[in-house]
Design a protein around this ligand. Structure first.
Ligand code: LLP
Length: 423
């Protein structure tokens, strides 16, 4: 693939923090997030939503670091969670329970009970079995759960198959026919207030059409429900707004245009709107700082071996995702072509193939860009590589928000098989 002129423009600072000095102090690989950039995204989206009764619920999975969640909470943003772990993180970061919604196809009874106990805002329900479980557990606790039916609108989001969720073949949500039956039967549910609709069709969506189609189907269903005498007080339009991973090639839709589609599709709707963006708020605010370990002339290709690997950032190996990779220093060097890889022992540990880059030498500092979403959150310790540190930047200053994992932390909880027991 052809490199664009943008793809090797050096970047020495982020949020007015000098990256070479930061890496020298904290080591690499290092996830760095610009809080100014995140606040800007939040502010932009909130401005686009002005005049609407709309609340942003950040999809915690995109970046669950406590400092990020705290930033969200302080900016008036809620949390869209998919596990009790994310629930506990959100509460820990100061997110009020009434600003938490719970999504996911596999909520366990324990997780539902836990969320009921703290009194979260709403459950996005994805199956009849879950609806009945919610009723049973809410009744046991003597509380009423608010619920939305997650609709699978059978819309193609034109994104990577592994992150597409709104086709009827996907495991997510239920058909409008099934949701219609839920509403018809909902008066039998004494402890579930089913008064919302939810839709989320996929992630990294770069055009408006899939959103428009999905929302039109939801709107049609909402009107039908209202006519049948049901009240829809809440419509959750999900997340999925795409970002720019490849300068000059990706052209994400603007927040205002996205909200324009919501306004148009849901014209006349007077209830509350919920949005669940993850990537849009944090992806481009984050970078992965990494050093070149060595340049290895291979048999057929030249390899640039980094100290970051697929365990630090899985997106390229998992989805063949493109991330721009740029030098931190702008000293001018001739361009060359590399396969950019990590030290992990499998060929999938590749960040980029045939990437045109300024020539590198061992010790050079590079940035893998747009790693603020689904970067650290999907990291593992594969190859017994400790989790990288994370740092939040803010107008010339930095705060370590996750220290680099120690070896002892990595093996904590493991032990030799000393005591053999029988069940
Ligand atoms: N709401 C629900 C119900 C979701 O399942 C997701 C993401 C979101 C909101 C947020 O979507 P976003 O605005 O971030 O697109 N690991 C993949 C992305 C997986 C997305 C999963 N669900 C990646 O790195 O591309």
């Amino acid at each position: 693939s052809v490199a664009t002129a943008h793809s090797f423009v050096a970047q020495a600072a982020i949020d007015d923090v000098d990256l070479a000095a930061l890496a020298a102090r904290l080591g690499t690989p290092l996830h760095a997030y610009s809080s100014s950039a995140i606040r800007q995204r939040i502010g932009g989206l909130q401005a686009a939503l002005s005049g609407l009764d709309a609340t942003i619920f950040f999809a915690v999975k995109a970046n669950p670091n406590l400092a990020i969640l705290q930033l969200m909470a302080n900016a008036g943003v809620g949390a869209d969670i998919v596990s009790v772990g994310e629930l506990r993180r959100s509460l820990h970061a100061g997110m009020p329970p009434e600003r938490i919604v719970f999504s996911g196809v596999g909520k366990s009874a324990d997780e539902i009970a836990g969320a009921l106990t703290v009194g979260i805002h709403r459950f996005n329900v994805e199956s009849h079995d879950e609806l009945l479980t919610l009723q049973r557990l809410a009744k046991a606790q003597g509380v009423t759960a608010r619920a939305a039916a997650r609709i699978n609108p059978d819309v193609d989001a034109h994104t990577h198959a592994k992150i597409s969720t709104g086709k009827s073949e996907n495991k997510f949500g239920v058909s409008i026919d099934e949701a219609r039956r839920w509403f018809a039967e909902h008066r039998q549910l004494s402890h579930v207030q089913l008064d919302g609709l939810h839709v989320h069709i996929g992630s990294q969506i770069l055009t408006l059409e899939p959103f428009r189609l999905a929302l039109q189907r939801v709107a049609e269903f909402w009107r039908e429900l209202e006519q049948a005498g049901h009240t829809v007080t809440s419509i959750d339009v999900g997340g999925g707004l795409g970002v720019c991973y490849r300068a000059g090639e990706d052209h994400p839709v603007a927040a205002a245009d996205y909200v324009g589609v919501i306004r148009e599709a849901l014209a006349g709707y007077r209830g509350r709107l919920l949005l669940e963006p993850g990537r849009y708020l944090v992806a481009e605010a984050g970078v992965l700082l990494t050093r070149v370990i060595r340049v290895k002339p291979g048999i057929e290709r030249q390899f640039l071996v980094l100290d970051a690997a697929m365990n630090d950032l899985q997106r390229p190996s998992l989805y063949d995702a493109w991330h721009d990779i740029v030098p931190v220093s702008d000293e001018s060097r001739p361009l060359t072509t590399y396969d950019i890889v990590g030290p992990v022992c499998e060929t999938g540990d590749t960040f980029a193939r045939n990437r045109v880059m300024p020539e590198c030498v061992a010790g050079d500092l590079l940035l893998i860009k747009a790693t603020g979403a689904y970067g650290a959150s999907m990291a593992s310790t594969y190859n017994s590589r400790p989790l990288a540190a994370e740092v939040l930047l803010n107008q010339g200053r930095y705060a370590v928000v996750r220290r680099r994992q120690h070896f002892e932390e990595m093996i904590a909880g493991e032990q030799p098989a000393r005591h053999w027991e029988t069940t």
